[in-house]
Design a protein around this ligand. Structure first.
Ligand code: PHE
Length: 343
């Protein structure tokens, strides 16, 4: 073998024997193979001064040596890694008397979320599309388009949070902001449900929250009447509670429906006898509803003499309380794990 190559080989194998860890190995690799100053690369420079057979012979030998050295490096690396792993396992002490850690308890859906998803399923099965809407919306979609002009007293009961320096924007006080949006987007006829988070400028107390969830739906078609309204609501509630629900209508005022109603359902917890959940009346105020006001339909761009509609909206909290027989509204948002774990 060429004496230069022989010298390198000897040097390399001697150093390799002395290697004790991966760091040293890397250093060695660098010493021989670094692109800039690696010893092997230096030797290769000799090639360019050689010609003919000598050049060919040197080339072959150098290449064979390179392959051999690389193989040894890889072997050594594996050997070192194995040793390290072995010593780690030896170091690890396993205390078999140690008590086991509690198995991680996965979270689960909040009762209101379960109710929401079930309502969405029932609505879809009845041919409604289900759509999300913006929580921050314009005064127009939240009020004006719903027949609630700026000076209307109904604004007081739906007071909400406004955006500083942007009086035209507010956090929607109800999901009814979707009524005109959906009509503009999908046209008529339409069957749509639009649940979501809503906001009110309220002092929080036992039965009032500044942030809560509503589920609303509308149907626009020809000759829609109150029979459709009551039938659809009862069917939805039956889907949610898996039982027929007794309801009653009372006159109610919402500027975007005419006529408007409040609907109560017979308390499913006490079956009308009276309990905490129904404020001992036997009935639970469940939702606001009515036939869509012609102004809303016109405002969305449709002829209210041809197109009529119904709409109803409800809070999810009471629905969930009835579903899961919870008679204290405060429990739902309390974050009390002992309570929540039951669901
Ligand atoms: N938007 C009303 C509320 O928040 C509920 C409602 C919806 C009433 C649809 C009538 C029709 O109280």
């Amino acid at each position: 073998m060429n004496s230069q190559l022989g010298k390198i080989k000897q040097e390399f194998f001697k150093s390799l024997e002395e290697i004790k860890d991966v760091l040293q190995l890397e250093k060695l690799e660098n010493e021989f193979f670094s692109r800039k100053s690696g010893k092997m690369n230096e030797v290769m420079k000799v090639l360019k001064d050689l010609v003919g057979e000598a050049r060919k012979e040197f080339g072959i030998l150098a290449n064979e040596l390179k392959i051999e050295m690389e193989k040894k490096l890889a072997e050594k690396k594996q050997e070192l890694n194995q040793e390290k792993l072995g010593s780690l396992i030896q170091e690890e002490e396993i205390d078999v008397t140690e008590p086991k850690l509690p198995i991680h308890e996965g979270g689960h859906l909040h009762p209101e979320t379960k109710v929401l998803w079930e309502m969405e399923d029932v609505a879809r099965s009845m041919g409604f599309i289900v759509e999300d809407g913006p929580e921050l919306d314009s005064d127009y979609y939240c009020f004006e388009a719903l027949n609630i002009p700026k000076t209307h007293p109904a604004r007081d009961s739906q007071d909400t949070f406004y955006i500083k320096d942007h009086p035209e924007w507010c956090m929607r006080p109800h999901v009814s902001n979707m009524q005109v949006r959906l009509l503009q987007k999908y046209g008529v006829p339409l069957r749509a449900a639009y649940p979501g988070r809503v906001f009110r400028n309220e002092a929080t107390d036992a039965s009032h929250e500044h942030t809560f969830y509503q589920f609303e739906a509308l149907v626009v078609g020809k000759d829609i009447n109150i029979g459709h309204l009551v039938g659809i609501i009862k069917e939805l509630l039956r889907g949610l509670y898996n039982t027929d629900v007794e309801v009653r209508l009372r006159p109610g005022y919402f500027p975007f429906v005419e006529p408007g109603f409040e609907m109560d359902m017979k308390c499913l917890i006490c079956h009308g006898v009276g309990c905490g959940a129904c404020k001992h009346s036997g009935w639970v105020e469940t939702l606001g509803c009515g036939l869509m006001h012609p102004k809303v339909i016109e405002g969305a761009g449709f002829d209210s003499k041809v197109w009529t509609g119904l709409a109803f909206g409800m809070g999810l909290t009471r629905l969930a309380m009835q579903k899961y027989k919870i008679d204290n509204i405060r429990l739902l948002q309390s974050g009390d794990l002992n309570f929540l774990k039951q669901f």
